[in-house]
Design a protein around this ligand. Structure first.
Ligand code: FRU
Length: 492
């Protein structure tokens, strides 16, 4: 087995990266080679956007975690940088798990991550014991701090487990650095714990800012915490979520809390709770703030429950979503694809006031790397009952969006693809009642689709498994409706 050194990872990716190019989607970041999961260290550094990721270069399965690295000026065109961190010290010998990054005042870049390590009598489990570590560098090369772990098990108050203690979010406020991590507490479920430091070396436990109460999943993962549009927002993901109406589905869930952080008690009070994304494949979201004040979110375009669904001869596995701009309006999260993607639009095809009933296609409305906008409204005859849009289609293989104007429920369905494996094939979400009208923006990029409903009030992200050149699009309705359609190809 290859030794898990940074040198080996860098040599391996330099040799094999190009062999995966034919498989890559057009504008979604994939690993240099091998496996990718969570986004890490999504941040601005020296005027560019850096994105690290959970990475195992040597196979398309999860393994001893490294941090892969890429950067971009516009969130669409990425440049790979050499692997940033490998599990090569005693503090992280079993894995360099998720974390975040911060530009320091002296111009260096700080990475704070979870180091996974073993103890005597502990089986060779790659989840091991967990503590928080740091590395500092220049945007390409990073040196791990000699005091690692910076936040060890000894900093945890009684009752908080160091078997599940991970995913530090680092930020600065006034003279203090803060780390918000997640940890499993007495009742076996998740909470978010806050630490502070003035020198990055000596950290103290501040508080448990919020606990799960057994409601929003069990173990939490990947917290983020930021102010937006006059509110404070806390996001995270969770294992073993219980379904709740159309808001949360069973299993690996993603959560967005809008609320208030109370400085005196150091607790977060949630006022509004919702999912970030309603699709089959969305996890471990992180955000950054751009210099022009936009809050941008990126997530892993995958769910742990369907990582077994892949071809035999793939050289890469895992992708990021297209980064999105976030806003809060009327106590709800709105998401919209980064505006920079519009610079990649070409070949506009537009139709207005098209009557839909039986299955139909529209000349020029097709493709597998597209930005498709569809506005649906009922015909005046009052007969409109359901709308069906099939995409990434060839014959009987397609992914489908179904809208019920009576219940205001949108269903995404990817049942009819070419995968022979068992996996979650449908998700549903509720949209605002607009008297039977619905606006959809649909970004398709080879094996992924991101759907934004009603100006971004709901997002639904999923991988799709039809043949990658299947690009037909059809429309159909039960009863009569009318649509406007605009399609752009997305080209680099
Ligand atoms: C979330 C996660 C994190 C952890 C990482 C390990 O997907 O489980 O909690 O740091 O992946 O790769």
């Amino acid at each position: 087995m290859t030794a898990m050194t940074l040198e080996n990872a860098r040599a391996y990716e330099a040799e094999f990266k190009a062999s995966a190019d034919a498989e890559r989607p057009a504008f979604h970041l994939t690993p240099a080679i091998g496996w990718m999961n969570d986004p890490n260290g999504f941040s601005v550094y020296k005027g560019e956007y850096h994105l690290f990721y959970q990475y195992y270069p040597y196979a398309t399965t999860w393994g001893p975690m490294h941090w892969g690295h890429a950067k971009t000026k516009d969130f669409v065109t990425w440049e790979y940088l050499p692997c940033a961190l490998a599990p090569d010290t005693t503090a992280d010998e079993r894995g360099v798990f998720s974390g975040t990054a911060l530009e320091l005042e002296d111009g260096r870049q700080l990475l704070v991550y979870t180091g996974v390590y073993g103890r005597e009598n502990m089986p060779e489990d790659l989840h091991g014991y967990q503590h928080q570590c740091a590395a500092i560098g220049d945007g390409i090369n990073y040196e791990k701090m000699s005091v690692n772990p910076i936040i060890g098990a000894d900093k945890l108050p009684e009752g908080i487990s160091d078997i599940d203690f991970r995913d530090p979010k680092v930020f600065k406020s006034g003279d203090y650095y803060y780390v918000l991590a997640v940890a499993r507490v007495e009742d076996g479920t998740g909470s978010a714990v806050l630490f502070s430091s003035t020198d990055l070396e000596n950290w103290v436990f501040e508080s448990r800012i919020i606990s799960c109460e057994g409601r929003y999943g069990t173990m939490w993962e990947c917290p983020d915490f930021f102010a937006l549009d006059g509110t404070e927002c806390l996001t995270f993901c969770a294992h073993e979520t219980l379904p709740e109406g159309y808001e949360f589905h069973a299993g690996y869930g993603n959560f967005f809390f809008i609320g208030r952080y109370d400085i005196a008690s150091q607790t977060f009070e949630k006022d509004h709770v919702q999912a970030v994304d309603y699709g089959c494949d969305f996890y471990a979201q992180q955000t950054l703030e751009t210099e022009d004040g936009r809050r941008i979110l990126v997530a892993w375009m995958q769910n742990w429950n369907d990582v077994h669904v892949k071809g035999n001869d793939t050289k890469i596995f895992g992708a990021m979503t297209l980064p999105r701009e976030l806003r809060i309006k009327n106590n709800r999260l709105y998401q919209w694809p980064v505006r920079e993607i519009e610079n990649y639009r070409s070949n506009k095809v537009e139709y207005k006031d098209i009557a839909v009933n039986k299955e139909m296609s529209l000349e020029g409305i097709e493709g597998r790397v597209i930005d498709l906008n569809v506005s649906i409204r009922p015909d005046e005859d009052g007969s409109f009952r359901k709308f069906y849009l099939k995409l990434a289609r060839t014959g009987g293989q397609y992914a489908e969006i179904i809208f019920n104007p009576e219940t205001n429920v949108v269903k995404f369905d990817r049942t009819y693809g070419v995968s022979r494996y068992d996996y979650v094939t449908t998700r549903k979400f509720k949209v605002e009642d607009r008297d039977g009208a619905l606006d959809l923006r649909i970004l398709v990029d080879k094996n992924g689709v991101e759907i934004f409903a009603n100006g971004g009030a709901q997002a639904c992200t999923s991988k799709i498994y039809t043949p990658v050149d299947a690009g037909d699009i059809t429309f159909e309705s039960r009863g009569n409706c009318v649509i406007d359609v605009t399609k752009y190809d997305l080209c680099k």
